[in-house]
Design a protein around this ligand. Structure first.
Ligand code: AMP
Length: 443
């Protein structure tokens, strides 16, 4: 009896947490995780310069590909829970490896990550489970693609099958453009990720992101979010990794979310079980709300930026124990997840030239920032030799604020953003325009 209760205490210990990844997503996860009193340390491999401003955080200099060194160090540090951020590590089976070594891991194994790293597999998965999604064709050669494109009477989108850092989707305006997109993929634009192409019916409607934390059987849903993928105001310009977001997404009523749960979320988890996939991690549902109902555009096997940065400040301090329960397969499904009635918004500041070529290494000046319900999460920053904060990526940092309504959120975010400066700083002024009442009046 005493042995059991002792070992279950160790099982549930939540003192030392490791987050793998180096972006704004990982920093926002670290920020939400450290709020829990039982957490003593949050380690990041590798993290970025901004991680060092977060309470309880420490960056570890370990080569994630050096298995022996990694396991030895994590045992030495008595790591209680590992959260894996980037999809590439999940697709490479890092979660499987660490679980085999006895660690608790939040993040699916290679089998579950296939929802993201093979679009054709994910489409077939949805077809098997009757989950609503756009019609599709899996194509193995350019000739086959041309045949389907020429014969098609509906507009198509063209997607590289594998991981392509969010750049593998083309939304062409004509059949010629469609063919050029398929050509560029088959010609190796994305390496092996483009050995297979998915042609998909082009569908229409507003988009919304829903995240479910899953323990293999049960799940907890996070507040929904909407992001702005396009570089320029009025949602124009090239696609980016995300220029800003807000949460919750106002277009999702409770009744509509119930419909999404019944038609999409539960059938997805059931189908994972049918395929004997023990999915312990987050499932991101990229959805389009069409006239005929919600449809899945894509699955991701990890949190997405900048939605994650927007949602994390809304989390209850219990958030980390929910991740732990997922990793142990013991969610009740009734866990309280968000802590207050505030809404949240995020504005991303990028380097000049992003998402194309850009320079890095510019000093970043941060003035007086609100200490209350306002966070800066770094995505691409580093330190110079003498400790100066420098730009080190396309998306440099984000400002995230929480308030009673979205007008107040974005007023605060833009006011604080004025306090941040680096050479070539760029951001959109219209993030959250759909939900800012003052914005629609002024524009
Ligand atoms: P994905 O990386 O699959 O999320 O695609 C990137 C973006 O392309 C999505 O956010 C949508 O705006 C758009 N998209 C993807 N699939 C379709 C589709 N079947 N019809 C219309 N737009 C799409």
């Amino acid at each position: 009896m005493s042995i059991n209760s002792k070992s279950s205490k160790i099982d549930e210990r939540l003192e030392n947490i490791l987050i793998i990844g180096n972006g704004g997503r990982e920093n926002s996860l670290a920020w939400a995780i450290q709020k829990n009193e039982s957490v003593k340390k949050v380690f990041l491999i590798p993290g970025n310069a901004g991680s060092e401003r977060i309470n309880k955080c420490e960056r570890l200099k370990i080569d994630i590909n050096n298995d022996n060194e990694l396991v030895e160090k994590l045992n030495f540090l008595k790591i209680d829970l590992i959260v894996i951020g980037p999809e590439i590590h999940l697709a490479n089976g890092l979660a499987d490896f660490l679980r085999k070594k006895g660690f608790k891991v939040f993040g699916p194994g290679k089998d579950g990550a296939k929802l993201e790293y093979s679009k054709s597999w994910a489409k077939k998965f949805m077809q098997d489970a009757l989950i609503p999604t756009a019609n599709f064709w899996k194509v193995n050669s350019l000739e086959e693609a041309k045949r389907i494109i020429h014969a098609s009477s509906i507009p198509l989108v063209v997607k590289a099958d594998g991981l392509a850092s969010g750049k593998g989707v083309f939304i062409p305006d004509s059949k010629d453009e469609c063919i050029r997109a398929a050509e560029s993929i088959f010609n190796g634009k994305f390496g092996d990720s483009g050995n297979v192409v998915v042609l998909e019916e082009k569908i229409k409607g507003p988009e919304v992101s829903v995240f479910a934390l899953c323990d293999g059987k049960r799940y907890v849903i996070l507040p929904s979010a909407q992001d702005h993928k396009r570089l320029n105001e009025k949602d124009k310009g090239p696609n980016t990794g995300g220029m800003g977001a807000y949460s919750p997404a106002q277009l999702l009523t409770e009744a509509y979310l119930d419909r999404i749960i019944k038609e999409i979320i539960e059938p997805t988890i059931d189908e994972l079980n049918n395929k004997n996939i023990d999915y312990k991690g987050v499932i991101y549902f990229g959805l389009m709300i069409t006239k005929s109902g919600p449809k899945v555009i894509e699955y991701n096997c990890r949190f997405g930026d900048p939605e994650c940065q927007t949602i994390m400040p809304l989390m209850d301090k219990n958030f980390v124990s929910i991740l732990q329960k997922c990793s142990m397969g013991n969610l009740s499904g009734d866990e309280k997840i968000d802590s207050h009635d505030l809404v949240s918004g995020c504005v991303v500041a990028t380097s000049k030239g992003y998402p194309y070529e850009y320079k890095t290494g510019y000093p970043i000046n941060i003035g007086e920032i609100d200490q209350n319900n306002c966070q800066i999460f770094d995505s691409g920053t580093s330190f110079s030799e003498n400790g100066e904060l420098l730009t080190d990526g396309g998306r440099v940092l984000s400002i995230v604020c929480q308030e009673k309504n979205f007008d107040m959120v974005f007023e605060k975010a833009y006011k604080n953003l004025k306090e941040i400066n680096f050479d070539g700083i760029y951001f959109r002024n219209d993030i959250g325009h759909q939900v800012r009442k003052n914005f629609s009046k002024e524009n």
